[in-house]
Design a protein around this ligand. Sequence first.
Ligand SMILES: *Cc1c(COP(=O)(O)O)cnc(C)c1O
Length: 379
Amino acid sequence: MTDRSLPGPFREAVIDLDAVRRNLRTIGEGVAPAAVMAVVKADAYGHGAVPVARAALEGGAGWLGVADLHEALALRAAGIDAPVLAWLHDPDARFADAIERDVDLGVSSVAQLEAMAAAAASVDRTANVHLKLDTGLSRNGIAPEAWPAAVERAAELEAAGRIHVRGIFSHLANTSPDADAEQLAAFLRGVDEARRAGLRPELRHLASTAAALRFPEARLDLVRIGIGVYGIPPFGDGTTAADLGLTPVMTLRGRVAAVRRVGPGTGVSYNHAWRAERETTLALVPLGYADGVPRQASGRAEVLIGGRRHPVVGRIAMDQFLVDVGDDEVAVGDEVVLVGDPQVGAPSADDWGAAADTIGYEIVTRIGPRVPRTHVEDA
Ligand SMILES: *Cc1c(COP(=O)(O)O)cnc(C)c1O
């Protein structure tokens, strides 16, 4: 366990695993009797896949979800044996490795289904698959026109013992409540069609965090929770984590690397995009766009130093940026919180998202490799 009251390293993303457990419990109670899949793709949205997956399972998640097979295999290599689903496949994916390690496979085409059945035969196993129907996102998934033939073929391969259709799933576009309801209806029609073909999927899943929280009819048997695990609201409408009973999991922080008093008119950082209007103090923060601090947020974002919010001024550079702390007493080595829990005064991931014309998801997911992740827990 790390003592969180001590100043951290130069740059650090502190990941609170107790907050992961709490967020999972809160969401699990809210969506019951639906089960919860914790989505830990993209290194758990930048938070560290293995420790987050363990904490999520302890918090009540029954499933883990990832995009790529290698992400699923990394969880298995770490000794995690909970059910895991991977749904975005390399055209040359080696499905046999995944089938041998009991990774469930999302299916987005008949070609994938055939490849999975052949791979299962090659290792003398049955592949557990979840057929993905495209209900309107027009992204991954089996197109509606191809669905009847796909479920027929799946039923044949199931009868032959090569696959088992454990689930049927889809993904919402979150365009509007009406559009989501249409997607749900299309999804349920697709499930009926699969049943008529003889399939008996135990798990129908459609909702990610947004629908799991606000569209109860879409919860079905299982909800796939990504951003909610990390305590970041999915809506982008000003709803806070606290409004949802969630706690932000990541605190991105660093230590002031230099402090300088400057006079009126002093130009700051590249192109002198900002000049001091009066005498003031600038604090240098040792994180930049290489660390995932978006350059787009130059002159728009704020950070927390000494319990107060201060504006980022001038261009955010690759390794560093400046903060105008006015006449506040700030010293080299002081803690700077870039992203954290607004309940303690820190800017949220969504605040940075707004400052950079993007979403909180992108802020946490793009924290760079130079920032060590420190996982803390009291439990
Ligand atoms: C990423 C992803 C999720 C999780 O979405 P959140 O909005 O982060 O909850 C769920 N399902 C699929 C298919 C995904 O790709």
